[in-house]
Design a protein around this ligand. Structure first.
Ligand SMILES: NC(=O)C1=CN([C@@H]2O[C@H](COP(=O)(O)OP(=O)(O)OC[C@H]3O[C@@H](n4cnc5c(N)ncnc54)[C@H](O)[C@@H]3O)[C@@H](O)[C@H]2O)C=CC1
Ligand SMILES: C[C@H](O)[C@@H]1OC(=O)[C@H](O)[C@@H]1O
Length: 253
């Protein structure tokens, strides 16, 4: 059990990648605190799955765009589960929209959820880890979009590059505390975030055709890489990033 005895916190964990990662960490021995925005049923179902595995789980509601959600989430998780060993910053939105008429509210909301929210969550988790005094691991669900652009993602891709940049800087700031900070770069993973975009059959075929491994990703494809970075197997890995994209990024022609 790679995460035996560890407590893992995951944001945006009622669905998609966050849910898969929360349950996957429990399968590897962790107790888990899940942040969720609105989907009470989804969060409770994830808690029930984790408890079925014999692990402790806790769902705490909050909008990550509000800095107070971060301190509340970490304080409640530490109080009820005892400590914070691993923090996975996963919550994110990608409301596809063209650049030239991007609504100010869409731009600002995307920044606030994906980047500002991450900043305060990571800060709150790090403060708890420093207080505990025995290190920790922070993992950001960045994206292949930190490296490449998207016509309808001009507000989104900078948040993913920013998230990776945040991991690089906090890797330096927190190294002295034994806290490792890394990014995962998922490619196209089938979740609610891109359901509408990939409902276009031609676009979906094009995206699938770009993947050397021959399929789009599933949320569970992120479990192994997350568990690795969270575990002591990655004890000398910090400030790094790992593409989890079936090879899409390197596939030029
Ligand atoms: N699906 C994909 O192809 C890729 C996804 N990602 C990233 O993975 C992360 C998870 O996304 P998916 O699971 O794909 O999408 P999803 O839409 O299934 O999950 C996103 C989760 O974030 C939560 N969330 C959204 N706004 C929130 C807020 N203000 N406060 C708290 N929670 C909030 C949602 O409720 C949901 O549970 C996101 O950061 C996304 O940018 C990165 C690369 C590719
Ligand atoms: C939501 C998109 O399908 C998804 O988000 C990302 O970060 C990937 O680059 C994909 O474009």
């Amino acid at each position: 059990m790679l995460l035996e005895g560890k407590t893992v916190l995951v944001t945006g964990a009622s669905a998609g990648i966050g849910r898969a990662v929360a349950i996957g960490c429990a399968q590897h021995g962790a107790d888990v605190a899940l942040n969720f925005a609105r989907d009470v049923d989804g969060a409770q179902a994830a808690v029930a799955e984790i408890e079925k595995l014999g692990r402790r789980a806790l769902a705490i509601q909050g909008d990550v765009a509000d800095p107070e959600t971060a301190t509340d989430f970490v304080a409640q998780a530490a109080d009820k589960l005892g400590r914070v060993d691993v923090f996975v910053n996963n919550a994110g939105i990608c409301p596809f929209h063209a650049f030239l008429d991007m609504p100010v509210e869409t731009f600002e909301r995307t920044m606030r959820v994906n980047l500002h929210g991450a900043y305060f969550m990571v800060q709150a988790a790090a403060n708890q880890m420093v207080k505990q005094g025995d290190g920790g691991a922070i993992i950001a669900m960045s994206s292949i979009s930190a490296l490449v652009g998207g016509e309808y993602q001009t507000h989104y891709t900078p948040t993913k590059a920013g998230l990776h940049s945040l991991m690089q800087s906090v890797a330096i700031a927190l190294g002295k505390h034994g806290i490792r900070c890394n990014s995962l770069f998922p490619g196209t993973i089938l979740t609610d975030i891109n359901k509408d975009d990939l409902a276009d059959a031609e676009k979906r075929r094009y995206m699938e055709g770009r993947v050397p491994l021959g399929r789009l990703g599933q949320p569970e494809d992120l479990v192994g890489p997350t568990v690795f970075l969270a575990s002591d197997l990655a004890r000398y890995v910090t400030g790094a990033s790992l593409l989890v994209d079936g090879g899409a990024y390197v596939n030029l022609q």
